[in-house]
Design a protein around this ligand. Sequence first.
Ligand SMILES: Nc1nc2c(c(=O)[nH]1)N[C@H]1C(S)=C(S)[C@@H](COP(=O)(O)OP(=O)(O)OC[C@H]3O[C@@H](n4cnc5c(N)ncnc54)[C@H](O)[C@@H]3O)O[C@H]1N2
Ligand code: MOO
Length: 389
Amino acid sequence: MITVTEALDRLFALATPLAPETVPLAQAAGRVLAREATARRDQPPFAASAMDGYAVTDAAAGDSLTVIGESAAGHGFAGPVGPGQAVRIFTGAPVPEGATRVVIQEDTTRDGDRITLQANLDAPTHIRPAGSDFRAGAAIPAPRRLSPSDIALLASMNIAEVAVTRQPRVALISTGDELVMPGEDPGPDQIIVSNTFGLAALLQDLGALPRMLPIARDNREALRSVFGLVDDADLVITIGGASVGDHDLVAPVLAELGMEQAFHKVAMRPGKPLMSGRFGQATMIGLPGNPVSAMVCGHVFVAPVIRALLGLGAAPAPRRSAPLAEPLEANGPREHYMRATLGPDGITAQGRQDSSLLSVLGQSDALLVRPVRDPARAAGEMVEYLPFG
Ligand SMILES: Nc1nc2c(c(=O)[nH]1)N[C@H]1C(S)=C(S)[C@@H](COP(=O)(O)OP(=O)(O)OC[C@H]3O[C@@H](n4cnc5c(N)ncnc54)[C@H](O)[C@@H]3O)O[C@H]1N2
Ligand code: MOO
């Protein structure tokens, strides 16, 4: 059996970044910027007022000035402002030539076209210099998953379209005679398919485009026909049928269909029967059927593969550290991803770790990672974990 690190390396060798495409800015949120974007203008493009008040030059407390015009946002004042003069100005408006500060209107009294400045004036000039946010040519580096803040910045830079990596198309195939869809009427020996839904949600979060194919029944013919629907997927994920039982047919059927296997079985818990390979143009990942195993492998393998396809680099899922709130027994020969909760005293492994327990997964905040043959650990020792979300 190979290690988790070796399995990830083999997956990264299969998952090369997808090509860029151009999308309108309004559709770019959550997409991965494929090429550096550069500002097409300065912001603000002119010295702008930060307040409503009066633009003045070299004025002092107590001065009395004549108001000679107005500068509003979108409509600047054409001429200069000189000694003894003031221009009524509003937030965001261009500061007239010659003005050295904006006096906020609360610090003035007005009588007709005359204003008097109060005894105590604000220290700030209330002027935002041209280009004080960014200059033309300022860059947003790629690759980067675009956040709402990035979208606002790109808009401000006058960038109407951006080059983003194409979203990975992912075909999801659940296998098993026992499975029916949520809302259907299960027979006495049947259960409801859950992994496909959990993985589709995870994939959407990661910025991929999941597509659920029909459930494949546990026979070669059914599997072959569902694999025939894979179409142009970049990643094919099967769930279940990965182990060694008589009905675990995913590996033999894919071998018949020409899949080049990269590995089968990883020294981890849960998730041991994981498999992968190249299936036509697509990367294939075969997840174990136990619901928690499938979701754990989703976080440990599928998420890094999606990030690699999106051009975000080939790296394992990011880890953090926390002290143990309660002691742990020694770990065995497989890397153990324990469902765990985070609290004020640190991280606590859940009492029940069976890989069928979705209720326990739902109450967990993280996967506590136990290295192979990690010795027993006392409360307070630092451990690594993968946070959910
Ligand atoms: N003799 C051995 N038996 C098993 C081994 C082993 O090494 N030797 N490995 C165990 C481990 S670990 C796992 S994990 C499971 C995985 O087996 P499969 O990938 O073949 O999964 P299935 O047998 O098809 O299903 C297991 C379990 O999960 C349920 N399931 C399957 N798909 C779904 C789905 N989409 N949604 C919800 N639940 C699903 C299925 O009904 C079974 O209960 O094998 C062990 N056995
Ligand atoms: O590895 Mo299985 O995935 O333990 O339940």
